[in-house]
Design a protein around this ligand. Structure first.
Ligand code: G4P
Length: 529
C-alpha cells in the first residue's frame, strides 16, 4: 500500500453556484466522463424546486436524495475524484459552508446570462476567506448571454477574484461556434447537436494560421485573434502557485447541458487542482502524509426512517489511513470507537470499505456520539478548527407544546442542533430557548422532525433579532464590560457551547452598542480567533 501515491491521485472538491446555474448538470457530466454513470439524468437534482419553500414532501425528498449525492466518487484517468455536494438552496447555506471545510478546492459555476448572483457571492466569499483554490466555469454558452470580457470584469469586481481565462468562447448563443482552449491550445467546435457525447477537438498550435479561418470562418477567426490578444494583454498568465494560494482563478467557458467544454475543464482540473491539503488544528498543522489517522466530522445525516434513529456522520480523512474495525479516539468525549461498516460513496451507491485515504470521505453509522466538528484520531488529542457557526438570519422562541414530552423535546432539540440543522441560544435572563436558522424552511423541518422522530411537539413565537453576535470581551473584568452585560441583560444568551452571545434587535442597536462599548468586540461568526 503506497499511501503517498494514493494521496497524490486524490482530488476532493465541491461545486458551488447560485441555484439553476447548472451545478447538477455539470456534476452529472463529470460523472459521465468518469464512467461512473451511463446516461444523463442519473443524478437527481437535490435542489428544492422553486415555489416549494414549504412543501414537506419536498424537504423529505431532498433529505433522501442528499444522502445519495452527499459524496460522489469516481475514477478518471487514474485520478480518484471526490465531489462533495453542496446544497444550492439558500436555506441550507449553513450546510454548504460546513462542507466547504472539507473540500480542497472548488469549481464555481456561473450562468453566462445571469452573471454573478447572490448565492455565488456569499459562497465565494467564504472560499476566499479560507483560501480555497477556485476554478470558474461559465456555463450555458449555447444561450445568449453577457459578453465574455464584461463577464470576466463582473467576476473580478463582484467576487474580488483575479481571473485568468484558460479557454475562450467563439461567439455565443445562436452564433456559438466553439471554444478556444488556451490551456491546451486547441479548438473545440460546437456541433449544435445537443447532448451528443462525441467532441471534435482540433489542435491549433498557432492561432495566426490559415486553418483557423477555414474552421470557423473569416470574421469569427479575426475576432477570436483580437480577443485572444486582449486576453493576453489584460490578464495575467496562469500561475499554478497563485491558483493554489487562492490568489488567481482560472476561468473556463462551456455548456454543461451540451457536454461542451466539460472535458477540458476536467482535464485541466486533475492536472492543476490540489491534492488533499494540510489542515490546521488548534494544536498544530496536520499533514496528509503523516502516518497516524486523523479526521473530522463535517456533516451528519439523520436516518429518514423514524424507527431506526441512527445517523450517518461524514468524516473527511485528513491524515493517515482509516481502517475498518480499528479503534479510534473520539477526542471530545475521550472514548475509543470502532466502526464495523464504514461507507464509501460512489456515484449511485454506497459500499463498505476496509481502508480509506486522506481526501476521502467515509460515512460512519452513529447513534448519537458525534457532533459537527468532532475529531477522530489514533490517540493524539487534537481538535480541528474551522467549523464556525454564522449568525442565523431568523430567530424564534421555541415552546414545548406537550408537557408530557419535555424530555423527548430536549433530546430532539439537542440532537438536531448537533446535526447542524439550526442553532440554539438560551437566554441568560429566563432560560428561554431561541432557535436561530438560516432560512425559514428549517422551522418546519425541526417541527416535523421533532414530532416524527422524537414524538415531541413544539410551537414557535416570534422574536425580533437582527443578528447574533458572539461576544469577545477584551477585558471581562472591566467596568465597560460589566456595564454592557448589565444594560443589555435582556439580550444576552449562551450558545450551545456556552459562549456568550448578544442578540441585537436591529442594525441601529448594533451600531449604537458598538459605539458605546468599543472594547467589547462583537463577532458574527462563532470562531473568531
Ligand atoms: P443547479 O443544480 O445549479 O440548480 O442547476 P441545474 O444543473 O439543475 O440546471 C438548471 C437548469 O439549467 C436546468 O434546466 C438545466 O437543464 C439547464 N442547463 C444546465 N446547463 C445548461 C447549458 O449549458 N445550457 C442550457 N441551455 N441550459 C443548461 P431546467 O429546465 O430547470 O431543468 P431540466 O428540466 O432541464 O432538468
Amino acid at each position: 500500500m503506497n499511501v503517498k501515491k494514493e494521496i497524490a491521485r486524490r482530488r476532493t472538491f465541491g461545486i458551488i453556484s447560485h441555484p439553476d446555474a447548472g451545478k447538477t448538470t455539470l456534476t452529472e457530466k463529470l460523472l459521465l466522463f468518469g464512467g461512473a454513470i451511463q446516461e444523463a439524468g442519473a443524478v437527481k437534482s437535490n435542489k428544492i424546486k422553486k415555489g416549494a419553500t414549504s412543501d414537506f414532501m419536498e424537504i423529505e425528498r431532498q433529505r433522501g436524495i442528499s444522502v445519495a449525492t452527499s459524496v460522489l466518487a469516481f475514477e478518471y484517468n487514474g485520478t480518484k475524484i471526490n465531489i462533495l455536494d453542496t446544497p444550492g438552496h439558500k436555506d441550507f447555506a449553513e450546510d454548504t459552508f460546513r462542507t466547504l471545510t472539507a473540500v480542497d478546492s472548488v469549481i464555481v459555476v456561473i450562468d453566462v446570462a445571469k452573471g454573478v448572483e447572490e448565492q455565488t457571492e456569499k459562497l465565494v466569499q467564504v472560499c476566499r476567506m479560507r483560501k480555497i483554490p477556485m476554478i470558474v466555469f461559465v456555463n450555458k454558452l449555447d444561450r445568449e448571454g453577457k459578453d465574455a470580457f464584461e463577464l470576466l470584469d463582473e467576476i473580478e469586481q463582484k467576487l474580488s477574484l483575479t481571473v485568468t481565462p484558460l479557454s475562450f468562447p467563439i461567439g455565443m448563443g445562436y452564433d456559438f461556434k466553439g471554444i478556444y482552449n488556451i490551456w491546451e491550445k486547441n479548438i473545440n467546435l460546437f456541433s449544435g447537436d445537443s447532448r451528443k457525447n462525441i467532441e471534435e477537438t482540433i489542435k491549433i498550435q498557432d492561432i495566426q494560421s490559415a486553418d483557423l479561418y477555414k474552421l470557423i470562418g473569416e470574421k469569427p477567426a479575426e475576432t477570436l485573434r483580437e480577443e485572444l490578444e486582449l486576453v493576453d494583454g489584460v490578464y495575467p498568465s496562469f500561475d499554478q502557485e497563485a491558483y493554489l494560494a487562492a490568489e488567481q482563478q482560472p476561468v473556463f467557458f462551456g455548456s454543461a447541458l451540451n457536454n461542451f467544454g466539460v472535458r477540458e475543464l476536467l482535464d485541466c482540473f486533475i492536472t492543476i487542482a490540489p491534492t488533499p491539503r494540510p489542515k490546521q488544528s488548534e494544536e498544530r498543522i496536520v499533514h496528509p502524509d503523516e502516518k497516524e489517522f486523523t479526521g473530522f466530522v463535517f456533516k451528519i445525516h439523520a436516518n429518514m426512517d423514524p424507527k431506526h434513529r441512527d445517523r450517518l456522520a461524514f468524516i473527511k480523512i485528513v491524515s493517515g489511513v482509516f481502517e475498518r474495525n480499528t479503534p479510534y479516539l473520539h477526542v471530545r468525549n475521550g472514548k475509543k470507537l470502532k466502526f464495523s461498516s464504514p461507507n464509501a460513496f460512489f456515484a449511485e451507491k454506497k459500499e463498505i470499505v476496509d481502508i480509506s485515504y486522506p481526501g476521502d470521505i467515509v460515512g460512519l453509522h452513529d447513534t448519537g456520539n458525534f457532533k459537527i466538528g468532532d475529531t477522530l484520531t489514533e490517540g493524539e488529542e487534537i481538535h480541528y478548527k474551522g467549523i464556525p457557526a454564522f449568525s442565523p438570519e431568523h430567530f424564534r422562541y421555541i415552546n414545548n407544546a406537550d408537557p408530557m414530552k419535555s424530555k423527548q423535546l430536549e433530546k430532539g432539540i439537542d440532537q438536531l442542533m448537533d446535526e447542524g440543522v439550526a442553532q440554539l441560544f438560551t437566554l441568560e435572563l429566563n432560560g428561554r430557548k431561541v432557535i436561530g436558522t438560516v432560512g425559514a424552511l428549517q422551522y418546519e423541518v425541526i417541527q416535523y422532525r421533532l414530532e416524527h422522530e422524537y414524538g415531541a411537539k413544539c410551537t414557535y413565537e416570534p422574536l425580533s433579532v437582527h443578528k447574533a453576535c458572539w461576544v469577545e470581551p477584551k477585558d471581562s473584568k472591566s467596568e465597560e464590560f460589566k456595564e454592557f452585560i448589565r444594560v443589555k441583560q435582556r439580550f444576552m444568551a449562551k450558545d450551545k457551547r456556552g459562549h456568550l452571545v448578544f442578540l441585537a434587535d436591529s442594525p441601529f442597536t448594533l451600531q449604537m452598542t458598538q459605539q458605546k462599548y468599543p472594547n467589547v468586540k462583537l463577532h458574527f461568526v462563532s470562531e473568531y480567533k
